[in-house]
Design a protein around this ligand. Structure first.
Ligand code: PEP
Ligand code: MN
Length: 353
């Protein structure tokens, strides 16, 4: 259930409402918008039904959240959530920014990581990615450098200032990985690893949650709900393509998921065109289409020498190709903002929202 307050509510009125909810054994989550404050109530809602909420000072209305996901539902927050990374540059994933994460599929060594980091930063990426623990279809493929790779990510962050993102596969690794990196990624194959999701709910670091290979949008949001229900509200969703009958691409990028997610959730959504395409030549057009479809950012695999990459070389862009992709992103962003700012574009955006 959510409680929507009157405009101009005072702090003491707000505290009064929160106390009333918390006395009944529920937690509250306060989301401040420009006009109003939304108080989300987390827990067994049955006990809330008896309370005459509207008689409390500051309450305007009370609404149930009808979707199976509650904390991730759009109504739960007064506006789009900005997930802050907490670095000195103020990096965040938010509707009014466009945040690009780039880097190699796997961390292969300190030099390739540092070179990639410097170049993607110069091209406009705001975060560096690099896998330390790799989920591979074959047990004989390169599985990542593990803890050594975490150390390399930390060193390159110190040198470049870029916050770092890496995948965590096992609930037992969560604390170690969280000590090293700024954003913890849940890979597509682990989207419904519920013990991993609940561990990630305990930590105070943003989670980049990738859509499962065969997961519906609702299942993606339910997985986000698992993390949020355990206390971590900083979830960034990632559309990375889903498995279909089409063999020309590794996966099929579900662009329709972007406007659907915008309607359904307040969480930011980024697109990974690399794993969707599985081929470097398709990454830029898919990235640009994602900009037009309303993505809040991108996750792109970049390697200084893709033909010799230890994982996902086929889909990795080299440093120059990533730079060209970013020039295009800027142009498509300007076009998207111009359309949204025009009268007919505004109508379109409102129709989507
Ligand atoms: C990755 O980001 O390198 C990765 C393994 O992605 P996904 O989980 O989407 O396949
Ligand atoms: Mn990869």
């Amino acid at each position: 259930m959510i409680i929507i307050t009157r405009g101009g509510i005072t702090d003491s009125e707000l505290d009064g409402i929160r106390e009333r909810v918390e006395q009944l054994g529920l937690r509250t989550h306060v989301s401040r918008g420009e006009q109003r404050v939304v108080i989300g109530c987390i827990g067994d809602e049955a006990v809330l039904r008896e309370v005459p909420w509207r008689t409390l000072p500051g309450v305007e209305s009370v609404m149930p959240v009808l979707q199976p996901y509650k904390l991730a539902a759009r109504a739960f927050a007064a506006g789009p959530t900005a997930v802050r990374i907490g670095d000195s540059r103020g990096t965040s994933f938010a509707r009014d920014q466009f945040t690009v994460i780039a880097g190699p599929c796997s961390v292969e060594g300190p030099d390739m990581l540092a070179l990639t980091a410097r170049r993607v930063a110069a091209s406009g990426a705001r975060l560096l990615r690099g896998g330390a623990y790799k989920p591979r279809t074959s047990p004989y493929s390169f599985r990542g450098l593990g803890e050594a790779a975490l150390g390399m990510l930390v060193e390159v962050r110190a040198e470049t200032g870029l916050p770092v993102v890496t995948e965590v596969m096992d609930p037992r690794q969560v604390d170690l990985v969280a000590e090293h990196v700024d954003v913890l990624q849940v890979g597509a194959r682990n989207m419904q690893n519920f013990s991993l999701l609940s561990e990630l709910g305990r930590i105070r670091r943003p989670v980049l949650l990738k859509r499962g290979l065969s997961a519906t949008i609702e299942e993606l949001l339910m997985s986000a709900e698992h993390i949020m229900a355990h206390g971590n509200m900083d979830v960034i969703l990632c559309e990375r393509g889903i498995r279909t009958f089409e063999p020309a691409t590794r996966n099929t990028l579900d662009l329709a998921a972007l406007p659907v997610l915008r309607r359904e959730t307040h969480l930011p959504v980024v697109v990974d065109p690399s794993h969707a395409a599985g081929r470097g030549d398709l990454v830029a057009p898919l990235a640009w289409a994602a900009v037009a479809a309303g993505a809040d950012g991108l996750l792109v695999e970049v390697h200084p020498d893709p033909p010799n990459a230890l994982s996902d070389g086929d889909q990795s862009l080299d440093l120059d190709a990533f730079d060209r992709l970013m020039v295009g992103v800027e142009a498509f962003r300007k076009a998207a903002l111009a359309v949204a700012g025009s009268a007919s574009g505004q109508a379109l955006v409102e129709a989507v929202a």
